[in-house]
Design a protein around this ligand. Structure first.
Ligand SMILES: [Zn+2]
Length: 250
């Protein structure tokens, strides 16, 4: 949370070549998973963030910055992508854009991976809670008939991330790991999601990663990812890559 930045309309296109280090030989010959990377509305360390995606084997990506990105949630605009990755922080969205985003996910099965501060997006759009599976509350508010306290954040916390299910495709083969990152507290997680990552820390919500289906879409959310200390953590990179592949159904 904290810093807001002026929005810029610069888009970056870079493609990562398939790596020789891929553990899945079949993936090397396959087409890359095409990621539409949505940023904007919140400051972040651009260079190490994009280096993380460029280092991922079997991934190609393009960035679109908000508020422009909201216009791209149409069938025609997302047809060249397998997965939408949200790393934006935005509140404004038109009714038409809401309908479009819900449709490409629910009816067309486009994958979605939410990272970090996108949990606070669209505070006044109830369906976004259904889409992402959780919500960070910027202020005290009522949702789903329940009073929600404002969520909290604390930077530079050091903690152990517990893998809930090492058999889920996103966390397959992973063990618990250490990370230094920003924690969020008092955020809401829908009970219907499948928890993937847990934390026992006084300043963190207990479930910090999950997966679920929104209509035909595979949707995953990972709370981690404030800055380079997360982006360069090999366990974090593995999580984000696995979430992208799972959301892409590849
Ligand atoms: Zn942050």
């Amino acid at each position: 949370m904290i810093a807001m930045m002026g929005l810029c309309l610069v888009s970056t296109t870079l493609s990562a070549a398939a790596s020789k280090d891929s553990e899945e030989p079949a993936a090397q010959s396959a087409e890359p998973v095409r990621v539409l990377l949505i940023t904007g509305g919140h400051d972040f360390e651009r260079q190490p963030f994009f280096e993380m995606f460029s280092a991922m084997p079997g991934i190609s990506w393009k960035e679109i910055v908000q508020p422009e990105a909201n216009k791209h949630y149409t069938t025609a605009a997302v047809k060249d992508y397998d997965v939408i990755v949200l790393y934006d922080f935005v509140q404004d969205i038109t009714e038409e854009q809401k309908t479009n985003l819900a449709r490409v996910l629910r009816e067309e099965g486009k994958g979605l991976v939410g990272l970090h501060h996108c949990l606070a997006n669209y505070q006044k759009w109830p369906e976004f809670l259904q889409i992402l599976g959780g919500r960070y509350y910027m202020e005290k508010m009522k949702e789903g008939g329940e009073e929600r306290e404002p969520s909290t954040y604390d930077h530079d916390q050091r903690f152990t991330v517990e893998v809930v299910d090492p058999n889920h495709p996103i966390t397959k083969g992973m063990s618990n790991f250490e990370i230094q990152d920003e924690t969020y507290g008092l955020f809401y997680v829908r009970p219907e999601v499948t928890p993937l990552l847990r934390v026992q820390h006084p300043k963190s919500g207990p479930v910090i990663g999950w997966a679920h289906n929104y209509g035909k879409a595979h949707v995953a959310y990972i709370q981690l990812g404030h800055d380079h200390t997360a982006y360069t953590n090999p366990h974090y990179r593995q999580l984000v890559l696995s979430a992208i592949r799972w959301a892409a159904k590849k």
